[in-house]
Ligand binder design. Structure first.
Ligand code: GLU
Length: 343
């Protein structure tokens, strides 16, 4: 029987934790004016950019939810995680990594340039080209309704629906994704009806979730595929591990490296303003903040995670001295001494 595998992280002092998160929210709100909601999907341009919410769902104990944690927004690229989980589970990792690589692209999320090189395949399954390739494989096996059902289950949220307005808005304007899909077809990476594949991909991106629903799925990933009730496995441990690893290296597009330094939590962003973060063996986190930075990631969401990740020991590379003023380093002296001594 599946079980909760790890119990060593627990939020013990709720009052203190809540006040740390509240302070972090204040700081994060101050960067909202530097960001902008996505407008290349016209319907997303109507969203109120001032919203901000977070849900932290630890492996053991109660959730901490603040701000707009229960507001609905479209999942957008975070659905690439659902697509990847489904592909790994249904088709297996050999087939998945025959189709796409597992390396950061260093390019924008909807980039086409690296794909146009000879013999190239999408860099990884968490950028548009990789996810559309994965969808080409998935549409032979399952329908959008299957993804929707699975998403409702892993998010423990029966109210997730297809946001028709956002879907219509994107499918009418997705020339870039269409170009990617045709390029993939020309390279034999997808075969099948390009329109069907694009509809499937865009519907997956248009599912409406909340920060709380994302935290619930993230918690399952944290727990190596096992759910809250500790009896049900939603994916294999190896799928969870591959997904988390790719989230760490590629989940924030060409901002993944800086994010890893500042936050250190495997995460996936979406242009709807969502962030799903997996503090492994500790907590699942969902964030919603629709104002985006130039790389298409939630500007206040990143700031918020940056503020709390180390303070709440959620950073994978937790350092008790990280938030303290930097001490003077005697590294150079040590190296010099070492150098002279060894001569
Ligand atoms: N549906 C969006 C697109 O394909 C998702 C992009 C994102 O969230 O980063 O452009």
């Amino acid at each position: 029987m599946a079980k909760i595998l790890h119990r060593y992280y627990e939020i013990k002092d709720y009052k203190k934790t809540t006040s740390i998160v509240e302070n972090a929210m204040k700081k994060a709100r101050s960067v909202i004016p530097q960001g902008q909601v996505a407008t290349y999907i016209p319907e997303l341009g109507k969203v109120d950019s001032n919203q901000l919410g977070i849900c932290i769902y630890p492996l053991t104990g109660k959730k901490v939810c603040l701000g707009d944690y229960d507001r609905r927004f479209t999942i957008q690229s975070i659905s690439k995680v659902m697509m990847l989980v489904a592909a790994l589970e249904i088709c297996g990792k050999e087939r998945v990594f025959e189709l796409t690589g597992a390396e950061p692209s260093g390019e924008a999320f909807n980039s086409i340039v690296e794909l146009d090189r000879e013999n190239s395949k999408p860099y990884n399954p968490l950028i548009n080209s990789g996810a559309i390739a994965i969808c080409g494989m998935l549409t032979k096996e399952i329908s959008f309704q299957d993804i929707l059902r699975y998403t409702r289950k892993v998010c423990n949220d029966a109210d997730i629906i297809l946001n028709e307005e956002v879907y219509d808005s994107e499918i009418k304007t997705c020339s870039r994704n269409r170009s990617i899909a045709y390029l993939l077809e020309s390279k034999n990476i997808i075969n099948g009806d390009v329109d069907d594949i694009l509809r499937f991909y865009t519907k997956c991106c248009s599912m409406s979730v909340t920060a709380e629903s994302l935290a619930t799925m993230a918690r399952i990933l944290c727990n190596d595929g096992v759910g809250e009730e500790s009896t049900k496995r939603y994916m294999s441990a190896s799928t969870a591990r591959i997904v988390k690893t790719l989230m760490l290296t590629c989940g924030m597009y060409d901002g993944s490296g800086t994010f890893a330094i500042n936050v250190g939590i495997p995460s996936k962003s979406g242009v709807g303003g969502g962030l799903m973060s997996v503090s492994d063996k500790r907590a699942g986190i969902g964030v919603f903040g629709p104002a985006l930075d130039p790389k298409g990631n939630s500007i206040a969401g990143i700031q918020l995670l940056k503020e709390i990740s180390n303070k709440l020991t959620l950073n994978l590379f937790y350092d008790p001295e990280w938030d303290e003023p930097q001490k003077e380093s005697n590294f150079a002296d040590q190296i010099m001494n070492h150098h002279f001594q060894s001569k």
